[in-house]
Design a binder for this molecule. Structure first.
Ligand code: KG4
Ligand code: ZN
Length: 354
């Protein structure tokens, strides 16, 4: 007789997405995300507005996830939530909801590290049909592997030894890769978050038209703040040469090539460090995770590494790249199996390391 599956309700509220997901073992039953339009006019996420929007969204989002999954509350084995890192007010909403839910149903509570969850998104079994059969079969990395975790707040190279045994071996010393995309996009007058738009325009442009500096930082660490400054001066200076009279004119005439060249620089910076770490450690299994792993230039560069250098690369489906609760639920699942549960005295943390 088959053992009863473990059903986990996962809750994510670290930044500006309110999300809930239900997993039966590693299989996804529901994955609901509510974005927040309220930040649109501010060029970035406004923390206080984010927590208020989470408060409005959390109940309907969880309700929809449970309905879609077709599970009853009493079938849920445990509730996992994002403990950090993230915006404190936002984390508090998801964390408090999860605690109340666990208390009411008398089920275990599992705090999850958001960055660890981005990596474990690779172990979610997607619904049938989301991936081609061949990719579905090969879509879970084997240990040990290296994961380049690139989001709006983090850029890390992580040595993943087991589901819950990970070591950050390189990280950014200043801006994250996603921030580099978003800040450069803001300089060009594009709305927040600019990363997906830069990606869109880059597909139509020449990546070698303009040259931007790649920071030389020791070891496996990164720096993107110099690129941001160089980009700002590049736009200012080209906007006043003899072919254009304003930065806006220069941008509108050359948007695709500017985006392609910027993206090329960011992607090459990431790939160079990733390859350095992989060579030094003799690891051929490579994964990417986090919002920036949705970037087509980065995805293509990884596929190129696989085709030409014998690496085996793992790229998550788009749904599991940017913030979602399925990744919180799968991490909750592995913690549940290992008995890593918490009591009602557990808290949320804006800064959280592993
Ligand atoms: O992981 P995520 O959803 O949230 C954080 O934990 O930060 O990552 C968001 C980041 C933003 O900086 C966004 O611009 C970037 O991921 N991003 C992209 C793309 N899609 C999302 N950057 C470049 N190209 C994309 N296609
Ligand atoms: Zn994230």
């Amino acid at each position: 007789m088959n053992a009863k599956p473990v059903i986990i309700l996962g809750i994510e509220s670290s930044c500006d997405e309110t999300a809930a997901a239900v997993l039966s073992d590693t299989n996804i039953l529901a994955n609901i995300i509510a974005g927040q339009e309220v930040h649109k006019n501010f060029g970035g996420v406004v923390p206080e507005l984010a927590s208020r929007a989470h408060q409005q969204n959390i109940v309907p989002v969880v309700d929809e996830a449970l309905k879609k999954a077709g599970v009853k509350r009493e079938d849920i084995s445990a509730v996992s939530f994002t403990q950090g890192p993230g915006l404190l007010g936002s984390l508090l909403v998801g964390g408090s909801f999860a605690k109340a839910f666990a208390l009411a149903l008398d089920i275990p509570l599992i705090p999850v590290n958001h960055m660890q969850a981005h990596i474990l998104a690779h172990f979610i079994t997607p619904p049938p049909g989301l991936l081609p059969k061949r990719e579905e079969e090969q879509s879970k990395p084997s240990f040990p592997f290296l994961c380049l975790t690139v989001s709006g707040g983090h850029t890390q190279i992580v040595l993943v030894k087991d589901y819950l045994e990970m070591e950050v071996i390189g990280q950014t010393t200043d801006d994250a890769a996603g921030e580099a995309f978003d800040k450069a996009a803001k300089i060009m007058g594009l709305p927040y978050p600019g990363g997906p738009l830069v990606d869109k325009y880059a597909k139509l442009g020449n990546p070698l038209r303009y040259k931007f500096p790649e920071a030389k930082i020791p070891g496996y660490d990164f720096s993107f703040s110099g690129l941001k400054t160089a980009f700002m001066y590049f736009i200012r200076d080209n906007g006043m040469d003899n072919t254009c009279s304003t930065p806006e004119e220069f941008i509108s005439k050359n948007l695709n090539d500017i985006c392609a060249s910027l993206q090329h620089t960011i992607v090459q910076t990431l790939i160079h460090k990733l390859e350095l770490a992989a060579t030094d450690l003799g690891i051929k299994e490579i994964a990417i995770a986090g919002g920036v792993s949705a970037n087509s230039g980065l995805r293509n560069a990884l596929l190129e590494m696989q085709a030409t250098k014998g690496y085996k690369v793992y790229i998550p489906p788009f749904e599991y790249c940017t913030d979602n609760a399925a990744m919180i639920a799968i991490t909750g699942y592995y913690k549940f199996l290992q008995g890593q549960l918490a009591g009602q005295d557990t808290g949320t943390k804006a800064l959280l390391y592993f």
